[in-house]
Design a protein around this ligand. Sequence first.
Ligand code: FE
Ligand code: MN
Length: 348
Amino acid sequence: MGDIIAMTATRVRADDKRIINNKAVDVNQLIPIKYAWAWQYYLDACANHWMPQEISMQRDIEQWRNPKAFTDDERLAVKRALGFFSTAETIVANNVIMAIYKFITAPECRMYILRQAFEEAIHTHAYGQYMPESLGMDTGELMNMYREVPAIHDKEEFGARLTVDILQPDFETESFSGRSRLLRNLIGYYVVTEGIFFYTTFVMLLSFGRQNRLPGVCEQVQYILRDESMHLNFGLELIHAFIRENQDVWTEEAKAWALEAVKEGVQLEYRHAEDSLPNGLLGLTHQMMKQYVEYIADRRLERLGLPKPYGTSNPFPWMSEVIDLRKEKNFFETRVTEYQTGGTLSWE
Ligand code: FE
Ligand code: MN
């Protein structure tokens, strides 16, 4: 008889649960739930389940094969988008599982984190395998963009650096410095990587859809955007709960770090947009992309309770409509219903 699982007569009380450093109660007991919002995110995310191969790429394939259907600039922009996402999604998944899961000790938060990790796998599947292989792209070229294209490299390293930081062997979350570093990881990933770095690429890909081009890619991007909005919103709830329980780490210095991280993210994102759309396309100019990144950054900072430095208005009001569609009952209902009642899905 070992004591890896300690024998005890004491039952878990919800009030004793903690977002991190949960020492008072057993971390393996989901019930009783303390963080009801986290449980609700888990249920909502599961209700949104989708898989890439359910979406037809047929029209996309016909369009992509037609030499006249895309300009060279458009082809470059699509390839850069898939190349960026194919590894970025994996880097986010790695951080979620190896860093965040390890140190977030509320079981109901862990349930959502596990669901998020699977969604990141689905996104890697879509961007890294299903879309590019359907279109006959050179996947080696896409997978290596983060090591060959500076604008993509720098965005992905922004996150990877924050993962490496908390995977150091001496990392712990008891000390002020350890808790501060974990908070930086959460803000860096949920707010900057998932909250800013994905968005100009979403705009660009969805702009093709608005012209009835790449419909299969765009349908998948809409599902991904819906998942990513939940990751961002869950992340913000998690950050706020973390800060409520660890108020000492939300110092002026921490706030200044968060503001600088967002500003750095804006610069990196704008540079990426400029690099992927060297001449502008689809009616998207550099100026509009810059405005959009600033607009998004202000909204993220507002959610963190920080000042909004840009004051820029949204140049793509239709993007808010796309994001709000996730709340509209009928938009995704067909697929979700098929899933829940199907039972006859064939797995090839
Ligand atoms: Fe993702
Ligand atoms: Mn995500």
